[in-house]
Design a protein around this ligand. Structure first.
Ligand code: R5P
Length: 305
């Protein structure tokens, strides 16, 4: 065999998009929590893509160990491997915030690249470290905000303001506005390292800017929902028309809908980088397009022309 996609349902869809054969795997978890993934078929191949989505109820560390074990297994079967982690865990731990902590994002990248030739992820949290600061192998960060902007095409850009809750979100807002040319507004977020409490700074004339507008808050990750909800609460004080959310990674899957519903959004748009039933943007087509548009370290020869 020349090439294969190995993975879960996302892998199956990616295989179909790239016209590559697909091998699934079986998930097994022992009583003590140890994981034992098992490939449905063992075959030698020149090149393999591994793509796995973290499941809703799955522990993030079980997901990681499973992924790393499969990468190592594939090393014995394939000459080259492309690893796709739609959501890269630990990417927010991109600094030693307090003495004695590990630099987790870097250490995890070191484990991944041991058995990988090319790495791909979606909207990695690139705050203090860029993807190329973490990986020594070719590594790519696929931005999905242009794709997400498609879901707001019934809004008029001239009557919409796109908001980033913090400075780092400006890159997401810019990416979003490439496909939806609305005005932007960027808040500043400050977090107390000890208590985790956040507060926001925004321009004095925010009320005038937002009056009568559709507002879309854009961010990479929603975890507790704290960042996006606190931003929304500030915005709701003003006389806006509607409030909407667009983010890539829903850390708690479908639960996010209930968490954000309390603020009364018109639209909540997110992707399936992590498993959930309510995603509006499927990552497979943009990922497949990215593969075809970029020469991934010579891997372009993979694909059916
Ligand atoms: C932080 O800088 C990120 O971009 C997100 O804003 C943050 O991780 C979201 O987390 P939470 O939903 O817990 O506020």
């Amino acid at each position: 065999m020349d090439k294969v996609v190995i993975g879960d349902d996302l892998g199956k869809k990616l295989g179909q998009e790239l016209k590559m054969p697909f091998i699934s795997f079986e998930d097994r978890i022992f009583n003590d929590g140890e994981v034992q993934p098992r490939l449905a078929k063992e075959e030698k191949t020149k090149e393999a893509i591994l793509i796995i989505q973290k499941k809703q109820k799955e522990n993030i560390n079980s997901y990681l160990v499973k992924y790393l074990l499969l990468l190592r297994k594939i090393r014995d079967l394939s000459q080259k491997t492309i690893a796709i982690m739609p959501y890269l865990p630990y990417s927010r731990q991109d600094s030693v915030f307090r003495e004695g902590e590990p630099l987790s994002s870097l250490y995890l990248a070191e484990l991944i690249e041991k058995n990988t030739d090319v790495f791909l992820t979606c909207n990695m949290h690139e705050h203090r470290k860029k993807i190329r600061d973490l990986f020594k192998i070719p590594a790519y960060n696929v931005f999905l905000f242009e794709e997400m902007a498609e879901k707001f095409k019934e809004f008029s850009p001239s009557n919409t303001i796109v908001i980033g809750p913090d400075r780092e979100a400006e890159a997401f807002v810019d990416n979003f506005c490439r496909n939806f040319p609305a005005s932007k507004l960027i808040f500043e977020k400050h977090r107390n390292k000890e208590t985790g409490k956040v507060n926001f700074i925004y321009p004095e004339n925010t009320g005038d800017i937002l009056k009568g507008k559709e507002v879309i808050i854009v961010d990479d990750i929603v975890s507790t929902g704290g960042t996006i909800l606190e931003t929304a609460k500030i915005i709701k004080q003003f006389q806006i028309k509607t409030i909407n959310f667009a983010f890539v990674h829903s850390i708690f899957g479908d639960e996010v809908i209930d968490r954000l519903a309390i603020i009364g959004p018109k639209k909540i748009i997110f992707t399936n980088t992590l498993e959930n039933l309510h995603y509006a943007v499927d990552i497979i087509k943009p990922l497949a397009r990215y593969f075809l548009e970029h020469n991934l370290g010579g891997f372009i020869d993979f694909y059916e022309k």
